[in-house]
Design a protein around this ligand. Structure first.
Ligand code: FAD
Length: 190
């Protein structure tokens, strides 16, 4: 075991600043673990995809101090009405859950991502944007992670090689890390 191989730039590198990557960053910060989070996009997406946060997820978010800040930016939903041809058809109760947080939090993924990004900053970190992880190499003591400036990638920007103990692949269903570790999950194009 060489001293160089134990010379870590940080403990955990998170690849991808979607909701999973940023929640992981907040959780690690909450527990005092050093981490860095890289996101290839320069800007957060301006539109929503995921909207709802359910009771069990809220309980987990509460345990790392995130539930209330997300709730401040969300509607709290008790029931859902199903419409057919413009007429209300049925009402589904959503809050009959044995939880301190039975109501569903409804906002938007863009709002959630903005709040999580602010929480990372409040805890002393930052999302490193325009930074794309292009490869990882694991050995017995840790991992080397190669990062480039995404907007310079075509111009062969000088790669930066960082050393860490763990990598979290939060780079989505078609991400670099899934392929690098040889996961055989095949996505289906519809
Ligand atoms: C059209 C649409 C509608 C949806 N509607 C809903 C819904 O109503 N409710 C719901 O719960 N879910 C919905 N989803 C799913 C939801 O958006 C995903 O479950 C969620 O985004 C997954 O979060 P994530 O953090 O795992 O990945 P992502 O949000 O995909 O984030 C991954 C991030 O990693 C970054 N990245 C990728 N590769 C690299 C790399 N090499 N280096 C650095 N960064 C990298 C990407 O730029 C991205 O920002 C929807 C998805 C889509 C596409």
């Amino acid at each position: 075991m060489s001293q160089d191989s134990l010379n870590f730039d940080t403990d955990v590198i998170i690849v991808g600043a979607g909701p999973i990557g940023m929640t992981t960053a907040c959780a690690l910060q909450h527990h005092g673990v050093r981490c860095r989070i890289f996101e290839e996009r320069k800007e957060p997406k301006e539109y929503s995809r995921a909207n709802n946060v359910w009771a069990r997820t809220q309980e987990l978010l509460a345990s790392i101090g995130l539930r209330d800040v997300l709730a401040e930016q969300a509607y709290q939903i008790e029931k859902q009405t199903v419409f057919l041809d413009g007429q209300p058809l049925d009402q589904v109760k959503l809050d009959e859950v044995d939880s301190p947080y039975p109501k569903v939090l409804y906002s938007g993924q863009d709002v959630i991502e903005k709040t999580l990004s602010e929480q990372i900053a409040r805890r002393g970190g930052s999302v490193e944007r325009d930074r794309k992880v292009v490869s990882i190499e694991q050995d017995d003591e840790g991992i080397y992670v190669t990062v480039v400036t995404a907007s310079d990638e075509q111009a062969n920007a000088k790669p930066q090689r960082l050393r860490c103990r763990y990598v979290v692949g939060a780079d989505g269903y078609e991400g670099t890390i899934r392929k690098a570790v040889g996961l055989d999950f095949e996505t289906e194009k519809i």
